[in-house]
Design a protein around this ligand. Structure first.
Ligand code: BGC
Length: 272
C-alpha cells in the first residue's frame, strides 16, 4: 500500500472510468496524495463504491465518492460536475480516462462501432475538459491550494502516434486527443490552466487481456517493449499524481509516454 502523501491536499479530482484498470490506479494514487476523489463509472457500481471507500479509509485528508455517468452523454457529464461541486465545492483536477476498444478490420468496421469509440474516447474527453474549464474559471485562482487554476490530464495512448491496424477507430480517437489537449493548452494556459496527456503503452488490464494472458502472447508483446516488462496500472497512477501536482508546474501542452520505450520502435533494433 502506497504511503499517504499530501501533494494534492485541499484539491478535488474527477477521474472517469475509475472503477477498474488504469482509472482505478490513478484514483488511488491521487487519493493517496490527499485530494478528494470522484470515482466515475458507467456500469458495475459496486466496484466504484469499494474503490471510493478504500480511498476514504486510507487517505490522510481526502474523501472519495462514486458517481455514475456515461461520459459520452452531455447531460450526464453536466450532472456529474454539478454533484461533485455540490459535494466538494469545486473541481481542481480532471482526468478524462474512460476509454474502450471495439476492434475490427477497417473494411468490416460498422459505423456504430466507429461512432461508439469516438463518442466515449474523444467526445467524452471533450465534454469533461469543457466542464472542468468552466468550473476553473468560475472558481478562480486559489494560490494557497495550487499554482495553477486547474489541471486536465487526458488519458491517451501510445496509439496517439503509433498507427494500429485493426484498431483504426481507437487510434483515430487517440490521435485526436493530441490536438484537443494542445489546443486547450494554447487557449487556456494564459489563465494558468495546465493541460497534458499521459500516453500509456501496454499496461496489464482487462482491455488487453489477449496481449498477456498466455506466455506466447507475452513473448510476442515483449518484442515491442525495449524495457522487457509489461506495464502495471500503478505506473500510470504515480505519473498522474505527479503531473497533477505543482512539482510539474511548468509542464504544459505535452504528452508523457509511459511505455517502457514502446514508442522507440524496437522493431528497428536489427532491421531497417
Ligand atoms: C491499448 C492496449 C494496448 C496498448 C499498446 C493501449 O492504448 O488500449 O490494448 O495493449 O495500447 O499497444
Amino acid at each position: 500500500m502506497q504511503k499517504p502523501n499530501e501533494r494534492l491536499a485541499g484539491q478535488t479530482c474527477i477521474i472517469t472510468g475509475a472503477n477498474s484498470g488504469i482509472g482505478e490506479a490513478v484514483a488511488h494514487a491521487i487519493g493517496m496524495e490527499g485530494a478528494n476523489v470522484v470515482v466515475n463509472y458507467r456500469s458495475r457500481p459496486e466496484e466504484a463504491e469499494e474503490i471510493a471507500h478504500n480511498i476514504s479509509q486510507h487517505s490522510k485528508c481526502g474523501d472519495a465518492i462514486a458517481i455514475r455517468c456515461d461520459v459520452s452523454n452531455e447531460n450526464e457529464v453536466l450532472a456529474m460536475f454539478k454533484k461533485t461541486i455540490d459535494h466538494f465545492g469545486t473541481v481542481d483536477i480532471c482526468i478524462p480516462n474512460a476509454g474502450l476498444q471495439k476492434d475490427a478490420p477497417l473494411h468490416e468496421m460498422s459505423l456504430k462501432d466507429w461512432q461508439y469509440v469516438i463518442d466515449v474516447n474523444l467526445t467524452g474527453q471533450f465534454l469533461c475538459a469543457r466542464e472542468a474549464i468552466r468550473e476553473f474559471i468560475r472558481r478562480g485562482m486559489r494560490p494557497e491550494i495550487s499554482k495553477s487554476l486547474g489541471k486536465i490530464i487526458h488519458m491517451s495512448s501510445v496509439h496517439e502516434i503509433i498507427p494500429w491496424a485493426g484498431h483504426a477507430n481507437y487510434a483515430a480517437s487517440k490521435g485526436a486527443i493530441v490536438m484537443l489537449m494542445e489546443s486547450i493548452c494554447q487557449e487556456y494556459a494564459p489563465m494558468k490552466v495546465r493541460c497534458n496527456s499521459i500516453a500509456p503503452g501496454a499496461i496489464k488490464t482487462k482491455i488487453n487481456t489477449e496481449a498477456w494472458e498466455s506466455q506466447e502472447s507475452l513473448n510476442k508483446l515483449m518484442k515491442l517493449i525495449p524495457y522487457k516488462r509489461i506495464g502495471v496500472p500503478e505506473d500510470i497512477g504515480s505519473t498522474a499524481a505527479w503531473l497533477a501536482s505543482d512539482e510539474s508546474e511548468y509542464i504544459n501542452g505535452t504528452t508523457i509516454f509511459v511505455d517502457g520505450g514502446m514508442t522507440c520502435y524496437p522493431g528497428f533494433t536489427q532491421n531497417g
